[in-house]
Design a protein around this ligand. Structure first.
Ligand code: SF4
Length: 158
């Protein structure tokens, strides 16, 4: 979804957005039944917890840095491909709620994205992606995260 903005090769090498620590564990993706079953076929030891009509992975195994890796992450990237959860497809853009308003924010964890001019990030949103994000959030409000002040706001839904 944002392949036109971010170089896929950079994402392939990085994979940082698929690894979580105790500070961003709240932001793990919600999987559908199909996605969960695909992940279990790939990684049978994965465990899941029901959440918001779907599933989140049970974060119990950390690496030596104390990080939790998404069980859908393989050496080559996400095994779900283009069928990955919506929040993964739009990341590092995020949809949040602030005082009853939907806002699109930027995650700083991706330096490739975060170091772009603000105008470029906003223009890319205005080119159709923002409408898609807001209408998806209307249909699936569980993807909306509470606003976090560490995430700069790029666009407000009006
Ligand atoms: S579902 Fe795929 S893209 Fe999303 S966090 Fe897991 S590995 Fe990364």
């Amino acid at each position: 979804m944002i392949k036109k903005l971010l170089n896929p090769q950079t994402c392939e090498k990085c994979k940082l957005c698929c690894v979580f620590d105790i500070y961003d564990i709240w932001n793990t993706p919600i999987f559908s039944e199909n996605m969960k079953n695909k992940i279990i076929s790939f990684s049978p030891q994965s465990k899941f917890i029901r959440k918001d009509g779907g599933y989140i992975f049970k974060a119990e195994n950390t690496d030596s840095y104390g990080n939790f890796k998404c069980p859908a992450l393989s050496e080559k990237g996400c095994i779900l491909g283009d069928d990955k959860p919506f929040i993964c497809r739009i990341f590092p853009y995020m949809i949040m709620e602030l005082n009853g308003m939907k806002v699109i924010t930027a995650a700083s964890v991706c330096s490739e994205f975060y170091n772009r001019p603000l105008s470029q990030l906003v223009d890319f949103l205005k080119d159709g992606l923002a409408d898609e994000i807001f209408s998806h959030a209307d249909a699936y409000p569980e993807i909306i995260r509470p606003y976090n002040e560490n995430y700069p706001i790029l666009l407000i839904h009006n």
